[in-house]
Design a protein around this ligand. Structure first.
Ligand code: IPM
Ligand code: MG
Length: 372
């Protein structure tokens, strides 16, 4: 298959984790005879620094022309700590999502058996956790009208949803539930918010067309508690933009590190793949950032184009790295492996997907790498 992939490394650890995902895609090309063309562009704080715009037109056009976008991370402390900044890196990502029409953000939360001990939660609580969050991505409070009064003392952000915005993602979530364990949980705040009541009405109606799927409703405050108390009760969670942002970070702790969670954002004509984590500026250029979320985002990209065997090869190579302890320090504080070595290991195991590995198992068990 020929694919045009736009690469947006972004800020902080974005470039280094994205580079590992690209290594893995190149290994897939080589092993499965595909041809991917990569074109890179700036977004976020680096784009503000270089071009005065967090999403320059050249970047947007490159993404529009591409078959898919692979995104690194966005954000920089110099903007986080300045509430008066007029231009912010995050605006680049939000505009990109809107312009590409990426209304559905899909965030799978699964526990890797080899990492159960990394979770801050007890093993009996997290056993069997496997759910996917369908987060609406181009509406709600993120995109509603913003207002700040003249003397800067009163501010508002409007949370607005239309029936059409709710229904298009609801259909995707119901279809996903049908292919999984037939359960959909709508997370909202319908006891307080009018917009949530519209979500309930629209989703309930759509649910009638999916009689096999059990639909349940949960207030977001309770959902925040249930995700920690009993995460294995969930199959597909459907929710609006900001609730999805918050509970997906919460979901990421179940697996032991936010550095493991990938996501896909899909629209009618475009698709973008990105880790759910931020730019982690403290770790920038230190070769310690976990590249797994970025690599698994590349696996989701492959699945999006029906390349299931290829995606499986990536996932199996990731499992292998976790099992062998070829992981970054967030997963094992004594680990001597860096971002690059983890990327190399995963990529090499995609190429050689048999039992014959390039790293000497004994040395790995001793914590010594043989690939360097
Ligand atoms: C995410 C991030 C973004 C969001 C930020 C960087 C704007 O937190 O993708 O979850 O809030 O959507
Ligand atoms: Mg977030």
């Amino acid at each position: 298959m020929n694919l045009n992939i736009a690469l947006l490394p972004g800020d902080g650890i974005g470039p280094e984790v994205l580079a590992q995902a690209v290594k893995c895609l190149q290994a897939v090309e080589e092993t499965f005879n595909h041809q991917f063309i990569y074109r890179e562009a700036v977004v976020g704080a680096i784009a503000i620094d270089r071009k005065g715009n967090p999403l320059p037109d050249t970047t947007l056009n490159l993404c529009k022309e591409a078959d898919a976008v692979l995104f690194g991370a966005i954000g920089d402390p110099k903007y986080d700590n300045d509430p008066n900044a007029k231009v912010r890196p995050e605006q680049g990502l939000l505009k990109l999502r809107k312009e590409l029409g990426l209304f559905a953000n899909i965030r799978p939360v699964k526990v890797f058996p080899s990492l159960i001990q990394n979770s801050p939660l007890k093993q009996e609580v997290i056993d069997g956790t496997d759910f996917t969050i369908y987060r609406e991505l181009t509406g709600g409070i993120y995109f509603g009208q913003k207002h700040l009064n003249e003397d800067g003392t009163v501010a508002s952000d409007l949370c607005e949803y239309s029936e059409q915005e709710i229904s298009r993602i609801a259909h995707l979530a119901f279809k996903a539930a049908k292919n999984r364990r037939n359960k959909l949980t709508l997370v909202d705040k319908a006891n307080v918010l009018e917009s949530s009541r519209l979500w309930r009405k629209v989703v309930t109606k759509i649910g009638e067309s999916y009689p096999d799927v059990q639909l349940e409703y949960m207030f977001v405050d309770n959902a925040a508690m249930q995700i920690i108390l009993n995460p294995s009760q969930f199959d597909v969670i459907l929710t609006e933009n900001m609730f999805g942002d918050i509970i997906s970070d919460e979901g990421s702790v179940i697996g032991g590190s936010i550095g493991l969670l990938a996501s896909a954002s899909a629209g009618e004509d475009s698709a973008m793949f990105e880790p759910i984590h931020g730019s982690y500026p403290q770790a920038k250029a230190q070769d310690i950032a976990n590249p797994i979320a970025s690599i698994l985002s590349a696996a989701m990209l492959l699945e999006h184009f029906g390349l299931y065997e290829e995606a499986m090869a990536v996932r199996e190579a990731v499992d292998k790295s976790l099992k062998k302890g070829v992981v970054t320090p967030d997963l094992d504080s004594k680990s001597q492996y860096g971002t690059n070595q983890v990327g190399d290991f995963v990529a090499e195991n995609i190429v050689d997907n048999g039992d014959d590995f390039n790293m000497n198992d004994e040395n790995i068990d001793l914590g010594k790498s043989t690939i360097i």
